[in-house]
Design a protein around this ligand. Structure first.
Ligand code: HAM
Length: 429
């Protein structure tokens, strides 16, 4: 029978990759924790209504990429395409009760039925953070998140590969006036636009600004600028953010064409992209302010700002920086060389009791073959349990690096193995 395949655009992560991801996730969680962000976990399945209007009826995500279905109770549910809206929903009562700003971070799979390619999947992973405030939008929050991300990139050794783009989308009113002007402009240049952009003139002309079509992009270059429609408050917010991040030594590029693919944003929007490779999916992390979102889902007026990074893309970048991901090697390999299975297991448990990781060989074969296996998985020590050792209540421990081998009473095997490993690291250049 032919093997039943996985779903297109959804990947398995095998131990080498999953282990490396866990390290990245741990580094991110630790970094976010240093900024007093606490973890939040929301469900993978949500009501479809939670997203439609909030992400934007005209957006690709809502129009064609949602995994929506009717459940047995007749409710329209979907696999979450992103986590900002659910997170805001989840923290509303906390923000109400506490006042001030609530900071949370999350990680997990998101689902969008996009056309799969390298770096773009239908199930992809994000880690993100959201700060939701009872008070007015404070530029320090936007700046703090950018500074926090810059720290994470440094911690992961990828800072040199990333570039920060910033834009100010102003308030809903300012954007409405701008949208009118932009719609008129694109209408007058309609013949030079690609088909997808033509269809956006009435509903969402801002999205035409980040079109990849060269002719459309040329038309967009000369379009009216949102900056000319911004009032004093929006300008003050922007300069507040820029002042703090500049003082923190963070470089950024002003990007008037950066509008983001989801509709809930106002004021600050930002994106970290990969430099030096135009062809691949290069948006690594995106975010911004969404001060109207809580009200849009029926909550009180709250200010909010957040971001999400694409873990699939970040992991690929870390692999480029660090070299190919490898599976964790065990400290010890138990070679069964004549001792009974329960004796071997006892040796393994003794070692584990001392905090060591142990690979229990269970595939038979002569000692030589077992040693080859231990070598191939990079085990540092081989613990040989032969029938004679068993009779003496001992095991032989061999250090693979230099072949040094000693017999030791089984109850002392853990401490001894740790000592041998420690000497090995000390001796290493
Ligand atoms: P987004 O720009 O849609 O924003 O996604 C954030 C990141 O997720 C992207 O920069 C990218 O790295 C990754 N990503 C998105 N789609 C895919 C895909 N199909 N395959 C692989 N990676 C992907 C949001 O989702 C917002 N919720 C961010 C946010 C949080 N804004 C405010 N708070």
């Amino acid at each position: 029978m032919k093997l039943i395949e996985g779903v297109r655009g959804m990947r398995d992560l095998l131990p080498a990759e999953a282990g490396a991801w866990r390290q990245i996730e741990t580094a991110a969680a630790e970094c976010f924790g240093r900024y007093s962000y606490g973890e939040i976990r929301t469900p993978v399945v949500e009501r479809t209504d939670l997203f439609r209007r909030q992400l934007g009826l005209q957006t690709d995500v809502v129009q064609k990429e949602m995994y929506a279905f009717e459940d047995q109770g007749g409710d329209s549910l979907c696999l979450r395409p992103e986590a900002t809206v659910p997170t805001v929903r989840a923290v509303i009562s906390l923000v109400r009760a506490r006042g001030g700003t609530t900071r949370v971070w999350y990680g997990g799979p998101m689902f969008r039925r996009e056309r799969p390619q390298k770096g773009r999947y239908r199930q992809f992973w994000q880690m993100g953070a959201e700060a939701v405030s009872a008070g007015p939008p404070a530029p320090e929050i936007d700046a703090e998140q950018i500074i926090m991300l810059a720290r994470l990139w440094r911690d992961l050794g990828v800072a040199g590969r990333l570039e920060l783009s910033l834009n100010n989308l102003g308030s809903a009113d300012e954007r409405a006036a701008y949208r009118d002007a932009l719609g008129k402009y694109f209408r007058s240049h309609e013949k030079d636009l690609d088909e997808a952009s033509k269809a956006r003139i009435d509903g969402n002309p801002l999205r035409i600004l980040d079109s990849k079509d060269p002719k459309t992009a040329a038309v967009a270059q000369n379009s009216p600028r949102l900056a000319d429609f911004l009032g004093k408050d929006s300008q003050r917010h922007e300069s507040g953010v820029k002042e703090i991040i500049s003082a923190a030594g963070i470089d950024f590029v002003d990007s008037p064409m950066l509008v983001r693919g989801l509709d809930y944003y106002n004021l600050t929007v930002f994106e970290w992209t990969l430099t030096g490779d135009e062809r691949r999916q290069n948006a690594l992390c995106g975010g911004g302010r969404y001060d109207g979102l809580s009200e849009q889902i029926g909550g009180p007026p709250l200010a909010g700002c957040g971001f999400a990074l694409g873990l699939d893309r970040l992991a690929a970048l870390c692999e480029e920086a660090q070299g190919e991901f490898a599976e964790d090697a065990p400290d010890c390999f138990i070679a069964a060389a004549g001792a009974g299975a329960s004796y071997c297991m006892r040796a393994a448990e003794t070692l584990r009791e001392s905090g060591l990781s142990v690979w229990q060989h269970a595939d038979g074969g002569k000692l030589g073959k077992q040693l080859n296996k231990a070598d191939s998985i990079n085990a540092a020590l081989v613990v040989i349990a032969g029938s004679e050792e068993e009779q003496r209540g001992a095991v032989a421990i061999r250090r693979m690096k230099d072949g040094r081998q000693e017999e030791i009473a089984i109850e002392n095997a853990g401490a001894f193995a740790r000592k041998m490993l420690k000497e090995e690291t000390k001796e290493a250049p």
